[in-house]
Design a protein around this ligand. Structure first.
Ligand code: FAD
Ligand code: SIN
Length: 527
């Protein structure tokens, strides 16, 4: 079955929905999304969205904080673009109906998170993402040109490969003509042709065993673009959030927002001692890579499975007002934050790398844009500053939309695209093959390619993953395509890219910490 649409969007988080609203007056729009329409990393964002909105703050300060967190690898021009344009984009979010908490005076109640020198995080209690997703979806649903196709899984983007042409990453003018999409209700693969395509598929936390990301975060968009020979960069920079709730039987892990540390909560080892002063003068509010590595180090040195977050000294009423979601969650587990300490561990949280894009969010493949967590713009460098992700998504959704609107006016559809060639015919009877391989990939990545890395661990991970890659490709060839099989294929691809990029980087920087280079750098600092 073939569909034609002017603008195809893959993903219904903040990136996909914001872009949809911008292009919708210029043609027909389909948003395809693999789960329920609101299921996304966006929906779980807690802390908020960073933006310069009050007189005491300046764009320059936000720029400097972002550059500092990025450990020297941010693209400064991009940082300036996102921070300065971000103010207007956040005002647009407010104008479409997203609520952010205000003080009695009517001013925004701005929070502070790790690495920020000012209070500049707009939030809606501790469920900011849910509120933004609600507001965007309401607006999207009311636009006559936008159609959301939920439970539709994008298997691959369509390029010249599908016309039988041999395409390499050096080929000039690889172009995207749409996507092959599995309608999971009918189990049929549909061909969706489009003039321009936006990849907005979010992150890849599920490459690791412990993650704050919902199950949709399997790196599909990045893997699709990589298979199509588009450029992908900075994949070694996987951000681990320092404080996910330690509750071993809960997957994904529940996040304890960094804003709680901004509110005064303090990290302690199990015997109650503060430790962050040993690692950074900003203590619990140092950038995330430093805090996560410090926790990891304390846990390893002491042979313990978690550290504590101490909220007992905080104002109970104000805490419950600001963090009702986290308070209720803790209370359900029998942890009254004013009596007991909250056990926390780092968890895979945000992928700084992704599909390489230019200032207009355009990938290296013609007609294909990428926005949000699946894209790599240069904003985050080696480590993302807290709450800059939602901001980046709205800024780039706008930029990509403005560019795509112009492109759409001058190009047509490629009518020669064949329907999906279903090679595999066997039904996936042995789901255990998929679930066990997934667990193996996650264990390999967590044990060998986590917060602290070494050449030996990376090599071992690479070799182990290669075996899984070959097994899964063989399975893929003969089996009817299913989301679980495709996700495993994509997760293996993302794992491979993280390892490959990590092996290439011969230094410790930001989120990529190699034992060998870490020690060298420490020795240099002492001398
Ligand atoms: P997502 O919101 O993840 O949306 C991706 C969409 O793509 C989903 O709809 C998904 O179903 C769809 N999709 C994926 N693959 C396919 C496929 N193959 N076919 C069809 N559809 C597909 N950032 C901040 O700035 N501030 C915060 O406070 C904050 N808190 C966070 C808290 C948590 C618990 C988490 C997990 C993340 C947080 N982040 C935060 C990060 C931020 O939420 C994400 O980076 C951001 O929401 C990503 O938006 P996105 O639109 O790019 O992707
Ligand atoms: C948090 O609330 O701690 C997460 C913020 C982010 O990931 O930017």
């Amino acid at each position: 079955m073939k569909h034609k649409v002017d603008f195809l969007i893959i993903g219904s988080g903040i990136a996909g929905l914001s872009y949809a609203l911008k292009v919708a007056d210029h043609g027909s729009v389909n948003i395809i999304t693999k789960s329920n329409e609101d299921e996304s990393n966006t929906k779980y964002a807690q802390g908020g969205i960073a933006a310069v909105l009050y007189d005491g703050d300046t764009h320059e300060k936000h720029v400097q904080d972002t550059l500092d967190a990025g450990a020297g690898l941010c693209d400064e021009e991009i940082v300036r673009i996102v921070v300065t344009e971000g103010t207007e984009r956040v005002q647009e979010l407010i104008s479409i109906g997203a609520n952010f908490d205000k003080k009695e005076s009517g001013e925004f109640d701005l929070a502070r998170e790790g690495g920020h020198s000012e209070h500049r995080i707009l939030h809606y209690k501790d469920i900011t993402g849910k509120e933004i997703e609600r507001a965007l979806l309401a607006k999207v649903r009311s636009h006559k040109n936008i159609k959301i196709l939920d439970h539709h899984y994008a298997v691959d983007i369509i390029t010249q490969h599908h016309l039988g042409e041999v395409v390499t990453s050096q080929t000039n003018g690889i172009a995207c003509y749409g996507a092959y999409v599995l309608n999971t209700r009918s189990s049929k693969i549909e061909t969706v042709l489009a003039k321009t395509i936006l990849m907005a598929t979010g992150g890849a936390g599920h490459v690791y065993a412990t993650t704050t990301n919902p199950t949709i975060a399997t790196g599909d968009g990045i893997a699709m673009v990589y298979r199509a020979k588009g450029y992908v960069k900075d994949m070694e920079f996987m951000q681990f959030h320092p404080t996910s709730l330690y509750n071993p039987n809960e997957h994904p892990s529940f996040l304890i927002t960094e804003a709680i540390r901004g509110f005064g909560a303090v990290l302690r080892t199990i015997d109650g001692k503060e430790f962050m002063q040993k690692y950074d003068e900003r203590k619990s509010l140092a950038p995330r890579d430093i805090v996560a590595r410090a926790i990891d180090n304390e846990m390893k040195m002491r042979g313990e499975d978690y550290v504590y977050l101490d909220c007992r000294h905080l104002d109970r009423k104000a805490f419950i007002e600001h963090f009702p979601n986290i308070y209720n969650k803790c209370m359900k587990l029998g942890i009254d934050p004013f009596v007991k300490l909250i056990p926390v561990v780092p968890a895979a949280h945000y992928l700084c790398g992704g599909i390489q894009v230019d200032k207009n969010g355009k990938s290296t493949i013609d007609n294909l844009y990428a926005v949000g967590e699946c894209a790599c713009t240069g904003l985050h460098g080696a480590n993302r500053l807290a709450s800059n992700s939602l901001l980046e998504a709205v800024v780039y959704a706008h930029r990509a939309a403005m560019h795509a609107i112009i492109v759409n006016e001058v190009i047509g559809f490629n009518e020669t695209i064949p329907d999906w060639n279903a090679e595999g015919t066997e039904t996936p009877e042995e789901m255990i093959l998929i679930t066990q391989s997934l667990r193996e990939v996650q264990a390999i990545m967590s044990n060998y390619v986590g917060i602290v890395r070494s050449e030996l661990r990376l090599k071992r991970a690479f070799d182990r993953l290669e075996i899984l890659y070959k097994e899964n490709e063989a399975l893929y060839e003969k089996t009817i395509v299913s989301p679980k099989l495709c996700e495993l294929r994509n997760i293996i691809c993302i794992g491979y890219l993280i390892i490959k990029h990590a092996m290439r980087r011969k230094e410790s920087v930001g989120l990529h910490y190699m034992v060998k280079y870490g020690k060298q750098q420490a020795a240099r600092l002492k001398s």
